[in-house]
Design a binder for this molecule. Structure first.
Ligand SMILES: [Zn+2]
Length: 75
């Protein structure tokens, strides 16, 4: 189970991480943390650990902006 979900608001470009335990799937609605009325949110990543997420994000800044899972062999 990947416990950290990385979201991006397509309205303002804000990227934010939400622990899966806080995602209300019954509601199926995630709002922008910067502008609560933004509701065009996409999932750009999912990670087992918050640290992995940070490391991966940092690493990917050197790429061409492509989003891809590079640490899929970790437990
Ligand atoms: Zn936004």
């Amino acid at each position: 189970m990947k416990n950290y979900i990385v979201y991006k608001c397509t309205s303002c470009g804000t990227e934010f991480i939400v622990p899966r335990m806080y995602v209300d799937y019954s509601n199926n609605y995630v709002s922008c943390p910067m502008h609560g009325k933004h509701n065009k949110i996409i999932v750009i990543g999912a990670y087992y650990k918050l640290r992995d997420c940070m490391e991966s994000r940092a690493y990917k800044r050197n790429e061409h902006g492509a989003i891809e899972q590079i640490k899929n062999s970790k437990p």
